[in-house]
Design a protein around this ligand. Structure first.
Ligand SMILES: [Zn+2]
Length: 126
């Protein structure tokens, strides 16, 4: 896998491991076939896959925010129908909604979508 994509994926995969969330099988891919982009496929347990990529040489925080968002969508789809889909649960509203990803400058954080509270940095959920 391209090192920039691996680096960008690391924080959200760490959060999934730390919280017992589902882990995608990540397979490097030529998709989307553009020299300025590094891509991979995220495979679901049911055999379907979705693409993930980073635009090379963009700021690390931008890459992390983007791939965390894509992995987050993957997690919700993976859990759909078998488990509650609110990963990661919002500590203030655990029954209502998951946290969502927000980038502010160099920081990429999990925030409450209702009140905007930053809960943890992505990669620090453990
Ligand atoms: Zn909340």
């Amino acid at each position: 896998m391209h090192p920039q994509l691996a680096l960008a994926l690391e924080p959200v995969l760490r959060d999934l491991r730390a919280t017992g969330g589902p882990l995608p099988r990540v397979v490097p891919s030529d998709w989307p076939g553009d020299g300025g982009v590094a891509g991979a496929m995220l495979w679901h347990s049911d055999g379907s896959g979705s693409g993930i990529s980073v635009v090379l040489d963009r700021p690390a925080a931008e890459q992390v925010a983007h791939v965390t968002d894509v992995v987050h969508d993957w997690v919700v789809e993976e859990l759909w129908g078998t488990a509650p889909t609110n990963w990661p649960p919002c500590p203030g509203h655990p029954e209502s909604h998951p946290l969502e990803v927000r980038r502010s400058g160099d920081a990429v954080e999990w925030v409450c979508p209702a009140d905007g509270t930053a809960v943890r940095r992505v990669g620090d959920l453990g």
